[in-house]
Design a binder for this molecule. Sequence first.
Ligand SMILES: [Zn+2]
Length: 310
Amino acid sequence: MVTNIAIKNSIGIDIGGTKIAAVLLDNASGKELFSYRTNTPKNYPDFLKSVIDVINKISLHASSDFYIGIGIPGLVFPNRQVLNYNNLPFIKPDFIFDLEKEIKHQVFISNDANCFAFSEYIDGSAKGYNSAFCLIIGTGVGGGIVINNRIISGPNAFTGEIGHTSIPFPTQEENNTPCTCGSKGCIESLLSGPALISQYEKVSGLSISSAEEIVIAANNKDITAQRVLNIFYDRLARCFLNFIYLFDPEVIVLGGGLSEISGIYTEVPKILTTYIDALTPTKKINLNIRKATHGSASGVRGAAWLWKTF
Ligand SMILES: [Zn+2]
């Protein structure tokens, strides 16, 4: 950690497909001092200008020098070059170098899912644990891993991107479920919000607009909704088995829209225990499954704290 006590503030910037969100944090308390949002321009010169403008606006409220961190969707390589192949394809690989040259200030950068994970690790639901897998289950499925204060990242920038890996012990139907990536049976094609909605619509023949409606229907004793949710819990438990066998995290923190489904936190641990019982002689699963503390603010907060991991 490159702590400098003379630096009392941190600026976090979360770059999204439609919005650039920014926040100024107090380094001692973690309190949000100022926040700002603007639309994401759709060409590189305007985009770079907009990020500089956001930093200038936020920095006016800082009481000292500050750290700057940016969370960005897509891949961030060890040499800090970026690659976004989805919603921001115009961003140049050298974005961070262009930015630093313009503002003459060091900038930390990481993938947005890593920022979510780090935010929860520093002062959210994973605080106090040594190892955490933080998973976003929303429109897509992806996550970040933090161990001993370090965001785990590799040469291909793919760490934590489990959405396009296969689910363990798949049924034939799961194996044949097409995914947006072109493959079949991916975790994202089975566990995302759109996947959950389409599963309910397919079985019930009804049209719905959100996963929340399935939860409400299940609470009102709709047997189809209850069955769909039970399958969702079972799939989530199998997904977690992957993390446990891979690096056995002390805590799994869930973010994204589907993390609001309260049954996850009561049902998934029970199902997980039955899988572990069947597979190992342990007979007990020592794992905490928790909902993210900072919700949609995790991206900006994690970006602001990036200096703590480098
Ligand atoms: Zn896929």
